[in-house]
Design a protein around this ligand. Sequence first.
Ligand code: KIV
Length: 275
Amino acid sequence: MKNTVNTFREAKQKGIKLAMLTAYDYSTAKLEDEAGINGILVGDSLGNVVLGYEDTISVTMEDMIHHGAAVARGAKDSLVVVDMPFMSYQTSVYDAVVNAGRLMKEGRANAVKLEGGKEVSAQIKAITEAGIPVMAHIGLTPQSINAFGGYKVQGKSEEAAKKLLEDALAIEEAGAFSVVLECVPAKLAKLVSEKLSIPTIGIGAGAGCDGQILVYQDMLGMFSDYTPKFVKRFAEVGQVMKGAFADYIKEVQDGSYPAPEHTFKIDDDVLEKLY
Ligand code: KIV
């Protein structure tokens, strides 16, 4: 059964936890979908884990459309959410609706995600009213890394915690169907989750959220540039890949690969005519 925004709403009402992962290509999306993931985020973390940038700032609309469409082709039952890249929605409500529309039309998104609280509530309202579901994202919002001055836990002071809660309520009021809480103290995330009627999806925000999301390369041990505290490695796929690459190199070099069972035959009399 296809996960929709209604699945997300009902899960919150019934207290069923939602599981999300990122994906950026067809074959990974297909594997996650077949495993039964509720939602796949084509995150702008694409910039870090796929394109090798040091942050998400340089990711473009064309990048998100290209990878969104690939993921959508692999995701049968999962809800596909595509990130709105930096400066595709902050500039104006008009830009936000046009770009969200492109992510849905060309990137085949079922929903879009954008970063920010009250300051983008007009964008959330307009995109939602255009028939495009919006997942919001507050707490540590990586597109604002230069304003934050680094990747830090958010909402720790009384003032910051109050602002986070106000942002969450403004997002819900504006019509978002869900909100990501990134790098927020667990008790604050639990309180926000209790105050909202839309599901919270946590990343570094504790078990009190209504769902969780991780970058798939992090949870599979495939990305080692840095590992945030909240990441649990569910497998060491990076090690398995390196081992397989090394075995392949060795077998190519010693001539044991390809073996006869990996090759195609030709009749000897055909070949003889070439001599
Ligand atoms: O871009 C991304 O992968 C994200 C998740 C970390 C929530 O926004």
